[in-house]
Each structure stands twice: as C-alpha cells, then as structure tokens.
Design a protein around this ligand. Sequence first.
Ligand SMILES: Cc1cc2nc3c(=O)[nH]c(=O)nc-3n(C[C@H](O)[C@H](O)[C@H](O)COP(=O)(O)OP(=O)(O)OC[C@H]3O[C@@H](n4cnc5c(N)ncnc54)[C@H](O)[C@@H]3O)c2cc1C
Length: 283
Amino acid sequence: MVNLLLKHIDHVVAWGGATYDCSYIYKPKDEVELKKIFEIARTQGLTIAFRGSGQSYGDASMNGEHVLVDLSGWNKIISWDSSTGEITVQCGVTIEQLWRKVISSGWWPPVVPGTMQPTVGGCLAMNIHGKNHWRVGSFGEHVIGFTALLGNGEIVSCDKNDSSGLFHSMIGSFGMLGCFLTITLQLKKVNSDSVEVSSLSASNFDDLLMIIDQKKGCDYVVGWLDCVASDAIIGRGVVHTAMYLEAVEYENDNLITRYDLPDKLFLLPYKYIWIILKLFNHH
Ligand SMILES: Cc1cc2nc3c(=O)[nH]c(=O)nc-3n(C[C@H](O)[C@H](O)[C@H](O)COP(=O)(O)OP(=O)(O)OC[C@H]3O[C@@H](n4cnc5c(N)ncnc54)[C@H](O)[C@@H]3O)c2cc1C
C-alpha cells in the first residue's frame, strides 16, 4: 500500500554535503508499489528520481520538491554461479555486498568505484569507471542483462542482443529512462584476493602523465593531484599502481575480518577524522 504524499516529505542531503533538498521519499517494498509510485507521480504532475546509496558527489540522487524513490532496501542477491562468475542481483545490492559474496570463490567485480557503498543500480545508471578503465571499460560493459520499469509502467527485460537499443540507452542514463530492477553481471576471475601496491611521486603534470602511461601494464593505476601546487609544479602528485598477486596463503585465515578496515587511526575513531580534516578544507 502506498500512502499519501505529505507523509513522505523528508530532507535529503547529497554525499558532498553541499546540496540538500526536501522530496517526497518513497521506499517501495516491491515492483507493485513502485508502479503505484509512478502512477502517483504521473497524476500529480511530479517527476521521479532514484536513490541507491546516495553516493553521487553532487545532486544526481536528489529531486527537490518531487518524488525520490529510495531503492537501498532492494538488496537481495538473486542467483550466483561460482563456476561461470554470473551473478544476478536486485538493484540496491551494494558493491560491498557483491564482492563479499564472491571473493572467496576467486571472483571480483570487473569495475569498482573508489568506495564500496554504491549500489549496482546506481553504478549502472551512472556507468561508473574504475582505476582500470583503459583495460576493461566502464561498468555497463560487464552487464549481461537487466530488467527495468519504464516510465510508461511497462517492465522490460533487456540484454546485449536487444535490438531496440534500450539496453545501451539505459546504461548511463542517470535513471531518466526508468528504474533498473534486477541486473545480471559477468564478474572477473582473479588469481588472489591481494594486490601489490606501489606509490610513485610525480613532480608536475607532464611527469604524472608519463608515469601513468608507463604503468599501463598494471592491473590498476590512479593518479592523485596536489591541487594546492601552482606554477612550475602544477599537477604534481602521487601515482598508485596495483597488481594482483598470485594466490596467497594466510595463516589462521579469517576472510571476514581480514577484509574489514580498521575503525581507528592511531587512537582516533575514523568517524571523527572529518573534524580534523575540516581544519584543512575550506571554500
Ligand atoms: C568516495 C567516492 C569515490 C567514488 N569513486 C568513483 C570512481 O572511482 N568512479 C566512478 O565512476 N564513480 C565514483 N564515485 C561515484 C559513485 O560511484 C557514483 O555516483 C554511483 O552512481 C553512486 O551509486 P549510488 O548507488 O550511491 O547511486 P545514487 O548516488 O543514489 O544515484 C546516482 C544516480 O543513479 C540513479 N539510480 C540509482 N539507482 C537506480 C536504479 N535502480 N535505476 C535507475 N537509476 C538509478 C539515480 O537516479 C541517480 O541519477 C565515487 C563516489 C564516492 C563518494
């Protein structure tokens, strides 16, 4: 049952913290409720946007004074075949849920963003890139198929062979053509769950680009720029590279705890680090 609009008005903040709005927020429990929300929006003359984990830096997952559908509860893994690496998930499954499910069988998402909070639906809607973009392309290139609810209320099933063009149109469309419901991905096989990371410093932008070019044989490459540097040292920074290691044996291995990040830096809990960082970040 979808309730009346006014009950749903709530405040939403974008990940970057600079944009906030009030929207009619709905958390449909299934496709039937989602269809009803589409109908309500249509009859009330309101637009609809979706929100996975709200990890977009700007306002992509905001829709001030209109309808915002929160899909974070649609987080079930529907099927997983560890012999082929094919996985089907609901759109609200996060990248973290995905890799935690598959890593112990030697699989990994071919494209991951710099945080594991985004949902698969959000990653597909924005067709995100990883730190291996020149090797494997973007997220959408690893999608076998999906189901989606279109603006006209129709539920469609699309795959790469779809001749209507909808498959390629919906990937990277910011959710403006409809809502992804379930997504089937082809994961990639990895030799191990560990990478060897190198850090190289670059004295200016040309140097940074040269290093990135030289390191194209690595599995992952990312450059971090010092945005305070100017004049001759503009673009100075650090390049991180990563290569998968061959299978690693761990003593007394406990997969779950080994993958958890520490919750403290020295004695300070990570959740308070922003207070210190704020001293160095300003407008
Ligand atoms: C620390 C950090 C690091 C990041 N690193 C990277 C990176 O390396 N590479 C990169 O490309 N991006 C990166 N991002 C951006 C992030 O990966 C994308 O913005 C991603 O889309 C967020 O997913 P989400 O589930 O939070 O989507 P949201 O931010 O909630 O929504 C994003 C868009 O997707 C639409 N959408 C969400 N779910 C659906 C659905 N089921 N159907 C249709 N449309 C939908 C929304 O309407 C909205 O337009 C990073 C973000 C952060 C905060």
